[in-house]
Design a protein around this ligand. Sequence first.
Ligand code: BG6
Length: 492
Amino acid sequence: MKKEHIEPKAVIVIFGATGDLAKRKLYPSIHRLYENGQIGDEFAVVGVGRRPWTNEDFRSTVERSISKFPLNEKDVDEFTSHFYYHPFDVTNPDSYQELNGLLEQLENTYHIPNNRMFYLAMAPEFFGTIAKFLKSEGVTSTNGWSRLIIEKPFGHDLPSAKALNQEIREAFSEDQIYRIDHYLGKQMVQNIEVIRFANAIFEPLWTNRYISNIQITSSEELGVEDRARYYEKSGALRDMVQNHILQMVALLAMEPPIKLNTQEIRSEKVKVLRAMRPIKKDEVDQYFVRGQYDAGVVDDKQVPAYRDEQNVAEDSNTETFVAGKLLIDNFRWAGVPFYIRTGKRMKKKSTQIVVQFKDIPMNLYYGNGNTMHPNLLVIHIQPDEGITLHLNARKLGGGTFAQPIKLDYCHNCGDGINTPEAYEKLILDCLHGDATNFAHWDEVALSWSFVDAISQYWEENKTLAPNYEAGSMGPKAADDLLAKDGFHWWPI
Ligand code: BG6
């Protein structure tokens, strides 16, 4: 969808303004949009939170959160002057009335045509309450637009996600709801479609005739940090697979949309999720592997086991690692496994997709040990952003020997190239009313119904114990999952 070349004019209301996400991601992203001239001067940000802060407290917090970027003092003062703090009780209707008054006042000051973006960056248990009061107290009844951005987790399983969705839908229609999946804002995740649909050399090969398997790895060095209260109940399957990983699967597997608009792209992604073969409880062990990190060494530092982290139960069964094999039952993908893996406290922070092509029918050249290296297309999502194509070429002076070579394109390796933070792109998309890179309810529901069977089985079988060393690539069973099919994980 082409962006309008006009600067959006809106008040951004952030619920959870004193929280970690707002400080780490939202303020720096809004600042960059401001610095790059993408949101002009006619905007205001209202921070809402329980703490009794003043505008000055809030502005200093915003200033600190953007201070790791080079700043010019005058610009900072100008920028933070757009920020206003409003102490708030989410359960009290009067708070919403007062908020409405403040928004009207700011809309006059900044000549904003009643456009309001409500960003819920806080504990999910209040999402429904906030949406309900925003509507009942008239905060969403304006002459401009009202949009709601919601952070994950969007529910804990399908029933809870449905209940949450119903509550929110009483106040906002589906096209006003922007469900964040920050992976969809990443430069190279957005590039998956372009690589596929703008290259005649890939799209015709993008089928089960030529692709043998696809591997998606999203590994982290970090452990659970201070999020155990949430993570203990979530685990890697709900935290990473239900959303980020399945979104990447959908983008890799979808049919070309007839147009690049929100509705067409989403409907193709939904078809993939519908075609994903459900895993029955008695098949989970055959298709999925779970892991939990033990003590080990990451980045030359000794780190504790998951069970020894703060707020984690001594006998916790929560998985910090998941590997799985997905099958998509449609004409294009029948028989092609999509292998996925994600985990905390692994060897390296990296998100990477490897598309492995089938072997050529006959090997005329000799590679190492008489086998030819398969062609691979590697999409580097992070920290490097780029693609690598693995081909075979004649070995110098090698007669009939071939050797693997790599063609590399690195999007963010050049000096000074600073790719936009996912949040920066997503906030701008929402301001422009472009929901393409947000999750539609149908996608969320289908993803939950896929992972629910797996998590239920794991909850009933509390047999997980630490089974991979921190700093490794996960449990051995994750390697066996591919070895059974004659494959192996490509290095990250
Ligand atoms: C979040 C998860 O959605 O994604 C975190 O809740 C995880 O547990 C994070 O660390 C990973 O995001 P990124 O962008 O660092 O790969």
